[in-house]
Design a protein around this ligand. Structure first.
Ligand SMILES: [Zn+2]
Length: 211
């Protein structure tokens, strides 16, 4: 047990496998649409969900588990963890893990920090909890985009074996603007056909990093 947690940006493999990961959900509309697409195409993804949204959408979490998707911890309230107290960070992580456990999540629960940021206190807490921190090597910045082609270009440019692709099925409402992830969904619809043409298969993060 050190003071630095294990932080993973991509899997070190030669096989053409990649993980689709989604942050901030579940969302009652966009997440459901994604789950329908994945079900139809036999694809498993990894969802880094917040405790607040788990409490609101327990049925969606149950569906994710039943359909073989992986659930990760994205804190309870999605606050930036930089310069926060250890006790607060601990509470944010443990509360979310407990919600996931209560709904039936088994095995390791990976962690992804809000805004991809951790510093001393968060690093120490994560190390003490023996948490694997899952970042990404493909940031799509999809939350800023209305055009799926821009999201796809960013993925095609960086895709390589073992890639972890970061997307968002929900988000934070800004200045009364409603959350809209239609561009992400449209990009995913194209991606799940296009990447297999390039020889890629999709895996959950835990499947990807066990190689
Ligand atoms: Zn987030």
């Amino acid at each position: 047990m050190g003071i630095i947690p294990k932080i993973i940006f991509k899997a070190k493999i030669k096989e053409k496998l990649a993980a689709l990961t989604f942050d901030d959900g579940p969302h009652p509309e966009f997440t459901i649409e994604l789950l329908d697409i994945f079900k139809e195409n036999g694809i498993k993804a990894t969802f880094f969900v917040t405790g607040k949204n788990i409490e609101k959408y327990k049925m969606i979490i149950r569906r994710m588990i039943a359909e073989g998707h992986e659930l990760g911890n994205h804190t309870y309230s999605h606050k930036n963890l930089i310069f926060k107290k250890k006790s607060m960070i601990f509470e944010e992580i443990e509360r979310t893990d407990k919600l996931l456990r209560d709904l039936g999540v088994k095995g390791d629960i990976f962690f992804r920090p809000p805004y991809g940021r951790i510093l001393f206190a968060a690093a120490a807490v994560l190390a003490s909890l023996n948490k694997k921190v899952i970042m990404w090597n493909i940031p799509t910045k999809d939350y800023k985009e209305n055009d799926p082609d821009i999201i796809l270009k960013r993925i095609y440019k960086r895709i390589k074996p073992g890639s972890i692709i970061e997307l968002h099925d929900c988000g934070v409402e800004r200045a009364g603007k409603k959350i809209d992830r239609q561009a992400t969904i449209n990009a995913v619809k194209i991606l799940i056909n296009e990447l297999p043409k390039r020889g890629y298969e999709f895996r959950t993060v835990s499947e990807l990093i066990k190689y």
